[in-house]
Design a protein around this ligand. Sequence first.
Ligand SMILES: [Zn+2]
Length: 304
Amino acid sequence: MAEPDPTLPEAPAGRPELQQAAVACLTFPGLGFQLEGASVAGVETWLRVQAWSLAIDVGRSPEVVARCKYLALTHAHMDHAGGLGQYLALRKLYAMGPSTVFAPAEACDDLRAIVQAWERLQGSPFPWTLQPMRPGDELPIGKSRWLRALATHHVVPALGYAVVERPHRLKAEFAGLPPETLRELALRGETVSTAVERIRLAVSGDTRIQALHDAPELQHAEVMALEATFLDDRRTPAHAHLGGHVHLDEWIARAELLQGQWLVPYHVSQIYSAREALRVIRERLPEALAVRTRALLPGEREPV
Ligand SMILES: [Zn+2]
């Protein structure tokens, strides 16, 4: 291993893993997807669901993010969007085909200009589509899955995102009928099933806690990732609010809104080491929340 360069500043206290962003990979029994990512507030945030070829934010772009065909940017702060050029360049390098990048509408002119500058510097265009999004917009990502933009409250234009599926379920009155009878009924024009909306994943992006009140998707998602930049009295909720962020105190005060199956705190400040953050989250969350919580931090345990 090389000697450390004494002319370089040391990594911020307590986060040696900042030298190489440590990736967390969360599994959720029975849900059929994993949520992977690295997230340190102000430094780097990206999440991805490989099964859906979807990444959310690209503070830096490791190859695993570049492998995602869809990229949803919550906002254009550098630690969330700074890896966009690298994402596009890596996809081109590996001939991974065109990608679609979703972003808050207000940020799109500047993002397009940045990418156009990179294209000139690279000497060739990137195969990508930039899709402006506003709260409530919903667009397909794949055959039977949609990406919905959620209103959030940060210090620059920002969005959260929900991944929505609408599987058909048999109506209660037809439960238990044999398949051939159901087929006959359907042929006669009877509607035997209805589409049920499933919010598979909701991700807040950077936001004040108000987003949790405004977006039922965040309250009820099967997996809900809500930022928790500050965790204890080293910073106050007022401090978090000022920066457009959430404090863990605000999670605790709104436990009744956190009704999703799994809760994922992420975007923790670098004033906490990952190990310390996991300990504080476990100690501070009430039991009813703690048992459903998997933090997006390296070292998080598998659910039992
Ligand atoms: Zn931000």
